[in-house]
Design a protein around this ligand. Structure first.
Ligand code: P6P
Length: 334
């Protein structure tokens, strides 16, 4: 049997796993494998800097705001530089979109076949209080001819065009979770060996969960049907779990079942989360795990047509029956 049919055992290294799945991509002669390795490498470096932040004065605010008007943390800037440098030096990526940069980032790799959208360090306001944070990434094939100029069409692609997506979670352990469209796999990093090891095979999100994740501090802004759904969750005695770090909330719900909601609010009339480098990647992962991701009004996140680099979208993601339940409340307002 070809490796791609073999279920590689728990404990397989990330490198070996990536190589074994390479045959699944007729168009890729190893470049996608190298790209995933480049992301994993940058994740190791960022992990080390997060763990040492308090000791080497990398904690706290950087003193500037990003294009979103959000206060950048020092580690936001460090992570952004690390991932851009890793992908530039890796040679496989021709352009990037980053939460921390206003415009498209051209990497001077005209032969690069791929484009990456990334949130280098999501939830970074939690760094100083030692709450888990993460990196979120989407990988697309460029639309423009290899060797030519990068275009906006290369980066403004629907989530359904992703060829891979994933996240790194810097938590009680550091993990890399990704999909290439053939299931979701999780790797746990062992710092003493500098290796990621396969720890979660074919992750599948329960169809129904008992956890709902939403910032109820914005409750007064919510439209009435969403308030009714939250009351339903309380009647069902679901657990409210919201730590204000998307990757951590998402990962817990992915493994245990649950729903994460960032709706439109007074401060964020189109939702807070960004389509290109937050929602699309998690939508790809959750769908590959058997879950669902929509805008709350029946629109599949991966079908939302991007028009701007930092476009926001309301985000309802998690167990399929929970997303469908909240949509049954919201459909009256469509
Ligand atoms: P709020 C962090 O800034 C983030 O993008 C996500 O990680 C997190 O889930 C959300 O925003 C928290 O936003 O408005 O609830 O504080």
């Amino acid at each position: 049997m070809k490796n791609t049919q073999l279920g590689l055992p728990i404990g397989t290294t990330l490198d070996r796993f990536i190589k074994s799945k390479q045959d699944d991509f007729s168009f890729a002669t190893g470049e996608l494998s190298q790209l995933l390795r480049d992301i994993a490498l940058a994740g190791k470096i960022v992990n080390r800097e997060i763990n040492r932040a308090g000791l080497i004065d990398l904690g706290g605010a950087y003193g500037k705001q990003n294009v979103q008007g959000e206060d950048q943390q020092k580690l936001d800037v460090v992570a952004d530089i690390r991932f851009i440098r890793a992908l530039k030096n890796g040679g496989e990526v021709c352009a990037m979109v980053s939460e921390e940069r206003d415009e498209i980032i051209e990497l001077d790799n005209p032969g690069g076949k791929y484009v990456v959208a990334i949130d280098p360090l999501d939830g970074s306001s939690n760094i100083d209080v030692n709450v888990s944070i993460g990196t979120i990434f989407s990988i697309y094939r460029r639309k423009s001819p290899v060797g030519g100029e990068v275009t906006h069409e290369d980066v403004l692609q629907k989530g359904s065009e992703q060829i891979a997506a994933g996240y790194l979670l810097y938590g009680s352990s550091t993990m890399m979770i990704y999909t290439t469209g053939r299931g979701v796999f999780g790797f746990t990093y062992e710092p003493s060996l500098g290796e990621y090891f396969l720890s979660h095979q074919n992750i599948s999100i329960p169809k129904q969960g008992k956890i709902y994740s939403v910032n109820e501090g914005s409750y007064n802004d919510f439209e009435s049907p969403l308030k009714d759904y939250i009351s339903y969750c309380k009647d069902q005695r679901y657990a409210g779990r919201y730590i204000g770090s998307l990757v951590a909330d998402f990962h817990r719900n992915l493994l245990k079942g649950g729903i994460y909601i960032y709706p439109n609010t007074g401060s964020y009339p189109n939702g807070k989360l960004r389509l290109l480098y937050e929602c699309n990647a998690l939508a790809f992962i959750v769908e590959q795990a058997g879950g669902k991701a929509t805008d709350g009004k029946g629109k599949r996140i991966m079908e939302v047509e991007p028009t701007e680099l930092h476009q926001r979208v309301p985000f309802y993601v998690g167990s399929v029956e929970m997303v469908e339940k909240v949509e049954s409340y919201l459909k009256e307002t469509v």
